[in-house]
Design a protein around this ligand. Sequence first.
Ligand SMILES: *Cc1c(COP(=O)(O)O)cnc(C)c1O
Length: 410
Amino acid sequence: MSRLLDRLHDEIVALDAQSLRRRRQVAETACAPEQSLTLAGATAPRTMLGFSSNDYLGLAAHPALAAAWAEGAARYGTGSGGSHLILGHSRAHAQLEERLADWMAPFIPEAQSLFFCTGYMANLAVLSALGGAQAVIFSEALNHASLIDGARLAKARVERYPHCDIAALDAMLAACDAPVKLIVSDAVFSMDGHLAPVAQLLALAERHDAWLVLDDAHGFGVLGDTGCGVVQAMGLHSERLVLIGTLGKAAGVSGAFVAAHRTVIDYLVQRARPYIFTTAAPPAVAHALLASLALIEGEEGAQRRAALQARIAQLREGVKAVLPADGSAWLAESPTAIQPLIVGDNARAMRTMAQLDARGLRVGAIRPPTVPAGTARLRIALSASHSHADVARLVDALGAALSRPEQEAA
Ligand SMILES: *Cc1c(COP(=O)(O)O)cnc(C)c1O
């Protein structure tokens, strides 16, 4: 092997030795609680009950969305043919942006929206375009990797503030005389499930003449009476808000949007390189998303949000009843579909995951450096499509794994 290949190979071997090597599984069937999966190294698929998808409303395999996708493909073809500024911006994209602007109008004065291929790209676009050399980005310590990468791409100076520490952020903003200040935070923390103190962040933005950039990847579709997300649930209203919502999680399709005052959106169209220099997503995706938005805001969406809330309550009550009495594992406080069960050390997280796996249950184990040392966890993600029996099965298996670790692991 060449020396370059040797180096890469050595790094992979080192990851393997620390049990940090990532492996993919192949999904043989559509995203649903019960799914046929071929795990790494296996020759045959297994049917597993999963608690790790972001399909919070169970829309990813909804027949109405598949039908809308097919209709969109029949009408517009499969490819967009170009970037949004050249010729790839279809009527379906335009309609989707108008619908999302209507959704966000109660929360952002003169709201407009801009559709992106992914949330990752939307975050790169917002931070690199608004975070020019004159700007300072105030970045929440637990922000998602895409916000961190967006801040890296920006010419702005980046200052990290401690998790949910409003007093510290207040002092940092007060000490800053840059003409442009961006407060940047996840709205729902992806490894913890709890909400950022968004109303207080917005008050700081108002007080210090700053923007508030909120990434609502895990709240959009789930939070708020009609699924508008964190802005609706918390009653936010400001022209300082720049909201990113992703459309591949609760919305069950793919893509993302930025909603902001129309001047901000106009500016992004002129200046955001991750918007300008990429092929527009297929129009059929936007067409399917129009059907998804109709479901989310309608009766079916309300029913699915209620079903999800019922599963969340069932899980929390059930798990609390089976936690070990020594306090060595606990369920973090979370009102969302993301329910982290903190078990402490890495080995215990991996062991618990293996015990669940043996019973046909899949839950992701999250270890440092993704989360702080000593807080390795099982990240349980619930969906409206989980049944009462599904959650009961998980609670039983967790009870067994946490109370009889050695027996089960043997
Ligand atoms: C998933 C996620 C993203 C990225 O969105 P994609 O559409 O998957 O690229 C951005 N931010 C947060 C907080 C996320 O959880």
